[in-house]
Design a protein around this ligand. Structure first.
Ligand code: URA
Length: 447
């Protein structure tokens, strides 16, 4: 018989369940599951769920509750069965930053080394960019395939780079949109359940998590980033997966580009053994761990060798070409990333007002500059301009002379650059002394 009401499974009313969370009491796993199912079935209203999210924001959740919420959200839709695909399936998730195009080079490198990568990515929102928007800068590239195609491509090529469909964790899709407009995003149990419900539904065996810390990240300080990483590692393990989290710095943008086509081109540079040092370092760090978890390398040194060979032999480029062709794009753009940079834009230099060393580059400020010139979005229903963006001409530690370019704005109209010029210049701190280098990786969390 068809289920008529999830609410009938609860021994009390929805306001009582919300009150339980409001008062700091734990909620049973079964009750959380019924509540989540009822939300997806529209038996629980958005305003009730918003109240619950706000209560959770203030009261938090015990680990077992976070795990129960995660699994209920995972099971709110389809859980992809990848048992028919050979190998240990490993994905990566980044909590998001500015200039973070790592997935686009990481996935083909890892797949070229023999570890299947089933990757479901998201779009940019607010000051952070999204992998799907960057991939769609490749003309014809489709990110919206069915589960059947996702699985078939993974079996055949070893990597699928798709977007979340309505079938995957629908509870998260609904709840995330609600949290976004009710100031309840920054909650560790809710972020844990959101990220992991999607990843667990993908059918992965293992996950590497890149928790960004700093000005351009969600988590501004190391302590809250560590708490989030530990929460995800703990719940992921309870769900039977191998999970490693890295805390990496996100004060300045990653790499030299912020935008869609230019970031994809830069990620392709890495596949050719080129590209900025920090991007290569971040990609290599995550790739090494994915190869270890995927069982093709025992040590980080062995994994590093595999990564270097995949790049030097051209296997990583070839893998990305296969992915691009399978998803409807022209594989030639991988061999020649500059083909991604189309015309129709103006390039406006951003000049240093004085001489000095570049200290900080404010990733958050530049993220918002990117949004203002059209590279990002502030509402999920907006579209992005693939061709505009920011190219950094100087990075922390570089010496610049007065009048030398710090960056270049790629805009549709010169007046768009004029409107953000002050913010862009002010994002660069110039100092008389060379700043101390800070490491990219801050911590590794495996348990
Ligand atoms: N990314 C997600 O997918 N969910 C969150 O809650 C935060 C970041």
């Amino acid at each position: 018989m068809a289920k008529t009401s999830y609410l009938s499974e609860l021994p009390f009313t929805v306001p009582q369940l919300i009150a339980q969370k409001r008062d700091g009491l734990a909620i049973d796993a079964d009750h959380l599951r019924s509540f989540v199912n009822a939300y997806v079935a529209e038996e629980v209203t958005d305003y009730q769920m918003a109240a619950f999210a706000m209560a959770t924001y203030f009261q938090g959740m015990r680990p077992a509750e976070t795990a129960a919420l995660t699994l209920a959200m995972r099971d709110s839709g389809r859980v992809i069965d990848l048992s028919g695909v050979e190998g240990i399936k490993v994905d990566k998730h980044s909590t998001g930053g500015v200039g973070d195009k790592v997935s686009i080079c990481l996935a083909p490198i890892v797949a070229a080394c023999g570890v299947p990568v089933p990757m479901i990515s998201g779009r940019g929102l607010g000051h952070t960019g999204g992998t799907l928007d960057k991939l769609e800068a490749i003309e014809g590239f489709r990110v919206d395939g069915s589960v059947k195609r996702f699985r078939k491509q993974l079996s055949k090529i070893g990597c699928s780079l798709f977007g979340q469909t309505g079938e995957i964790a629908p509870a998260d899709r609904k709840l995330y949109a609600l949290r976004d407009v009710t100031a309840t995003v920054e909650s560790i149990p809710l972020i844990t359940a959101s990220i992991l419900s999607k990843k667990l539904a993908e059918g992965i065996d293992a996950l590497v998590l890149d928790v960004k810390v700093g000005r351009g990240a969600f988590m501004k300080d190391q302590e809250s980033a560590r708490a989030l990483a530990k929460s995800i590692v703990r719940v992921g393990k309870l769900a039977g997966k191998k999970v490693t989290a890295f805390l990496t710095r996100m004060d300045a943008p990653l790499g030299n580009t912020i935008g869609n086509a230019i970031e994809t081109a830069e990620a392709f540079d890495v596949l050719h053994g080129e590209g900025p040092e920090d991007l290569i370092e971040c990609t290599t760090l995550l790739a090494e761990e994915m190869l270890r978890l995927g069982g093709v390398a025992k040590t980080a040194a062995q994994a590093r060798k595999l990564v270097q060979e995949a790049i030097a032999s051209g296997a990583a480029v070839e893998k990305m070409q296969q992915i691009v062709a399978a998803q409807g794009g022209d594989p030639k753009v991988v061999a020649k990333p500059s083909k991604l940079i189309r015309g129709g834009t103006k390039r406006v230099p951003v000049l240093a007002a004085k001489s000095g060393f570049v200290g900080d580059i404010d990733a958050l400020a530049l993220g918002y500059v990117g949004v203002k010139i059209g590279a990002g979005r502030t509402r999920s229903d907006q579209s992005v301009d693939p061709d505009v963006g920011i190219v950094l001409k100087a990075k922390p530690g570089d010496a610049v002379e007065e009048g030398q370019p710090l960056a270049e704005l790629i805009v549709r109209k010169k007046k768009h650059a004029a409107a953000v010029m002050d913010e862009t210049v002010n994002a660069f701190t110039l100092s008389a002394r060379k700043p101390k280098e800070s490491p990219l990786r801050l911590e590794t969390i495996r348990r």
